[in-house]
Design a protein. Structure first.
Lengths: 442, 270
């Protein structure tokens, strides 16, 4: 059985809205007068503290993501929160999963910001690349009919910006940049790990398998996850000639663990129901703007879902969500057994939303969920020392200045001032009279 | 009462193909008389309607399906109205037609105006019906791309769509939904953003072809300020309003609309 990595994935929802049944959609058109910035101050602070706590608890990583103009996830600028987390933690991996590439008019901005985060955090960043939900094309004015092509071009441009020395020129279908030369460059080599979330569409799975990118299955049933993972592994093996590592397959699998099965069931229920009934109440015209999918692909998906009896998120009962594997709820023993099945049957390597916040959960419940997860579930899927991945490996850059001085050393080029006499002065010592005197030839 | 009929035609002329503008264009042709190029709107691109039949009583009607709509696929390079202008101009070349009367509805009106702007010598007259294409500050065209099924029905047919509701995908009808999604994708390709062409503001006044602007009196999609503005900008235009019709005026008042167009063309083309 492979190791399982645990990630706390925060959507930062705004649960203070009427029930989904009374709303057309929690996206695009839900009036933002429902948002109260003064309450928001408390909500953001609690959410951020929950993520920060994950380091001490021993999670492998924390994840933030980008969503716009909705109550499901009030995090339009995930890189801002990643910067905050990088400042408030020292060791834990921080995933931005992801930046919605076609939403950015110049994708190099994403390459720059991720590199900034990677450098300042000492190489702790995962760069997730997403297209953005269909709803976000309504909210951004970006054209959904070109989004997939723009996404892959932006992705390729970002990877090239990180891996090839600049400046180079980019002459693409959608982006034409005479100088691509981002400062800084990322500290992780060749570049930060890339994750790509998907709902199970064949071409996303194929593109991620081809590029050895981690595929993250978004909230869905066991049945669809099993199909997606099997296809990914099959494509790796038969089409691209390699064996997929467990860390290439992740799944968003909201989990709640408590003292007993009954206790967990009772505590999680209202908050899970808020998430599925209200948070995910996305009107179809918002979810599928024209051209976001090809008509053929959408038809295939709709027929497949109809045939398999897949319903809208908000149409499932709590028991059905558990039964179908959308969520895991139970005592530590139950949750351990459920994850063992995920590993053995599906080949799961990355458990995302594995404990943490969901829906309308209060702060105390999140902390309780995470502590039981950390102490009674995670060790079961680790080596005997219980260490998270970040404690097992050397950081790309050491944490202390003393280690940095010992290992990294001096910059290759000293900051230099050319004096009027044509001699060069090392600016770092330009205030030391003896050095100046020598440079000036006195 | 309006008949569902508004929609039913016993015999549609067969579709034909023309290799024009770098793609395979599907079109229908029927009738005799002065030639009319009819550029369809964002909806019902595949249909031959009683409105078309009315027109054919005095006119030769050419009805292409824009790339990205109905049976005409859009290559990946097909992204703008200018690409559409080339396709439709080459269709005229293909059919040996020197000059035609051009009629367009909503997105087709925008395309028709661009065709006339760039090839005025090929356009005997221009008719725009409930047209898209202008920005009228304070009066945006309703967001049909983000409309639910019922809202879309209202935008097209008014508060009570009546029998016309049958033209829209029924809940659960995946094939019909996918077909309408495909046409909406064709429209999104051309006009998701921006939803107007500011250049028309200074191009239309230079367009000295006889023009007819038709407004639907109860249009909830295109505010009345739009056809009014078209009529102001076009130097040789007259504005007609068809009362009692919502945006889909060609379905709700096919005889009235056809008669207006026929009268106008007979004046231009005696």
């Amino acid at each position: 059985m492979n190791r399982l990595e645990f990630f706390m994935f925060h959507l930062m929802p705004w649960p203070y809205i009427p029930p989904g049944e009374d709303l057309e959609s929690t996206w695009v058109t839900l009036p933002n007068s429902h948002y109260d910035p003064k309450v928001g101050h408390r909500v953001y602070t609690e959410y951020l503290e929950q993520l920060i706590a994950c380091e001490k608890l021993g999670y492998d990583g924390v994840i933030v993501n980008e969503h716009h103009q909705n109550a499901f996830g009030t995090m339009p600028g995930p890189n801002l929160w990643a910067a905050y987390l990088a400042a408030r933690t020292q060791h834990i991996t921080i995933g931005v999963v992801g930046n919605a590439l076609p939403m950015h008019n110049n994708p190099v901005r994403v390459a720059e910001e991720i590199a900034m985060l990677d450098v300042v955090s000492g190489g702790r960043i995962i760069s997730g690349h997403v297209r953005g939900m269909g709803a976000e094309y309504h909210s951004s004015g970006q054209n959904p009919t070109t989004s997939k092509a723009k996404f892959w071009e932006a992705h390729d441009l970002i990877i090239k910006a990180w891996t090839e020395n600049g400046p180079f020129s980019w002459e693409g279908e959608y982006y034409n940049l005479p100088y691509v030369n981002p400062w800084p460059r990322p500290v992780q080599q060749p570049h930060p790990p890339i994750w790509l979330p998907g709902t199970g569409s064949t071409d996303t799975i194929e593109e991620t398998a081809r590029r050895k990118i981690t595929y993250l299955q978004t909230t869905t049933s066991n049945w669809i996850t099993k199909k997606s993972f099997a296809l990914y592994r099959q494509l790796c093996e038969e089409k691209f000639g390699y064996e997929a590592a467990p860390t290439q397959l992740g799944r968003v699998l909201p989990t709640y663990v408590a003292e007993t099965d009954e206790q967990a069931y009772r505590e999680f229920k209202p908050h899970a129901m808020w998430f599925f009934r209200t948070g995910l109440k996305i009107a179809p015209q918002h979810l599928f703007p024209p051209g976001y999918n090809t008509a053929e692909a959408l038809g295939r998906t709709m027929r497949g879902r109809a045939q398999a009896g897949v319903r809208n998120f908000w149409e499932y009962s709590y028991d059905e969500l558990i039964e179908l594997g959308y969520i895991i709820v139970g005592s530590p023993e139950t949750v351990v057994a459920a994850y063992e099945r995920q590993i053995e049957e599906y080949g799961l390597g990355l458990a995302v939303s594995a404990g943490g916040h969901l829906g309308s959960m209060p702060n105390w419940m999140v902390m309780k969920n995470m502590q039981i997860m950390a102490e009674q579930v995670m060790p079961h899927f680790r080596e005997a020392d219980g260490k998270p991945t970040w404690a097992q490996r050397d950081r790309p850059v050491p944490y202390t200045l003393a280690e940095q001085a010992a290992v990294v050393g001096e910059p290759k080029q000293a900051p230099t001032v050319r004096l009027d006499n044509g001699r060069d002065l090392d600016a770092r010592f330009g205030h030391v009279p003896e050095v100046v005197a020598e440079a000036e030839g006195r | 009462m309006q008949q569902a009929a508004g929609t039913a035609v016993a015999h549609a002329p067969p579709t034909q193909q023309a290799e024009v503008g770098g793609l395979s264009l599907t079109y229908r042709e029927a009738g005799a008389g002065p030639a009319v190029l009819y550029l369809h709107g964002k909806d019902f691109a595949a249909r031959w309607l009683p409105f078309h039949v009315e027109l054919t009583t005095t006119l030769r009607v050419l009805a292409p399906q824009h790339p990205g709509f109905a049976a005409t696929p859009a290559p990946s390079w097909f992204r703008g109205f200018d690409d559409g202008v080339i396709v439709h101009r080459e269709l005229l070349d293909h059919l040996g037609l020197d000059r035609v009367h051009v009629v367009g509805l909503d997105i087709g009106a925008w395309m028709a105006a661009d065709l006339a702007v760039f090839h005025p010598e090929r356009v005997a007259s221009l008719t725009v019906v409930a047209p898209f294409g202008l920005r009228v500050p304070g009066s945006p065209i309703a967001d049909f791309f983000g409309a639910s099924g019922p809202r879309n029905a209202e935008l097209l047919f008014g508060a009570d769509p009546g029998p016309f509701a049958e033209l829209l995908p029924a809940p659960g009808d995946i094939d019909a939904f996918v077909a309408s999604y495909a046409d909406a994708s064709g429209a999104a390709r051309l006009m998701w953003n921006p939803r107007y062409d500011l250049k028309l503001d200074h191009r239309l006044p230079r367009l000295h072809v006889p023009a007819l602007v038709v407004a639907a009196g109860e249009d909830r999609l295109v505010p009345a300020a739009h056809p009014a503005r078209w009529a102001e900008l076009l130097p040789d235009a007259r504005l007609e309003t068809i009362d009692g019709a919502a945006h889909a005026v060609h379905l709700q008042q096919p005889e009235r609309l056809a008669a207006l167009i026929q009268t106008f063309i007979s004046e231009v083309h005696p």
